[in-house]
Ligand binder design. Sequence first.
Ligand code: MG
Length: 218
Amino acid sequence: MKKVYTHDKKRSFEVGKIVCVGRNYMDHIKELGHQAEEKPVLFLKPTSAMIYSGEKVIYPSFSSNLHHEIELVLLIGKKITDVSIEEASKAIFGFGIGLDMTLRDLQNQLKEKGNPWTISKCFDTSAVISDFILKEDYDLNFEEIISLKVNGKIRQKETLNKMMFKPDELVSYISSRMTLEEGDLIFTGTPSGVSNLNKGDKLEGEITNVAKIETEIV
Ligand code: MG
């Protein structure tokens, strides 16, 4: 069982599933040549893909286009099925930051054929996760800035209020399609600026007041 931790390491949560949201920032939708969706686009990552901030991302041998996607991550604190936006809000226990590492070449091939994206998103080390700040200690005001530097240069930077579907809305919708349980994580989508990485690249991400993350590609 993989666990996530609070900033002070005093509490931990066993991670059940990792639900990821696609196409949740307009500028990123445009950069990949897509259109906005009426409902959030969802996919899953296995917990075997998870590593912690400070650990290294292993560039898979079967891809030559590894992309970074920096994202706000939600920690679910209780079991919910098909709940209202108000109830969904109460089920969000904490906030962290994560990297949804993506094999863009494989994903594009799969999309063209109309096949699931799974193998472009599920590889070992493809979900890098920070510690979490509990909502009871800090709640988002959406003026927070999410950013990612690669080798010291800013590649992604956006305020959280540019999310098309906000956390409460996302969790309510996801709960209407699958039960969410304590310890589940929700990756909420990435802003624009995704790009190709090379072995040796060093990544540093941050959401102001929430969390930081770092990793290296090997
Ligand atoms: Mg993503």
